[in-house]
Design a protein. Structure first.
Length: 116
């Protein structure tokens, strides 16, 4: 917010200018979403193995392998379809906790998502 002081014949006038929204105005909002986090599926593993995010953060898995994989939470909180090469799956957690997940096609592929 900018204030300008103008002197006129009848007294002093103070003019306050507030930038219009959408024209570079900085606004604080509790609705601001954190940036998405990507987990790579490559070489039959999830990378990184453990990811910590805040609630409402989009988590995106992308398959970089030449074979299909899935992303399935042990507690059924989320479940992807079979992801072919370069396919992706997203989940946005709303509840704090630790979500263990695995690939249902290759059950030895496991990892964790920690939500704060």
């Amino acid at each position: 917010m900018q204030k300008f002081l103008y002197r006129v014949a009848t007294g002093v006038v103070i003019v306050t200018l507030t930038p219009a929204l959408g024209q570079g105005a900085a606004t604080a909002s509790s609705d601001t979403k954190p940036p998405a986090v990507e987990i790579r599926i490559d070489n039959f593993s999830f990378t990184p193995q453990t990811v910590s995010v805040k609630a409402a953060t989009e988590v995106r898995w992308r398959n970089g392998d030449d074979v299909p994989h899935t992303v399935v939470a042990s507690d059924s909180a989320f479940k992807s379809k079979a992801l072919d090469t370069d396919d992706q799956f997203s989940f946005t957690p709303t509840k704090p906790g630790t979500y263990s997940y695995f690939c249902s096609i290759h059950p030895k592929m496991t990892a964790q998502l920690v939500v704060e």
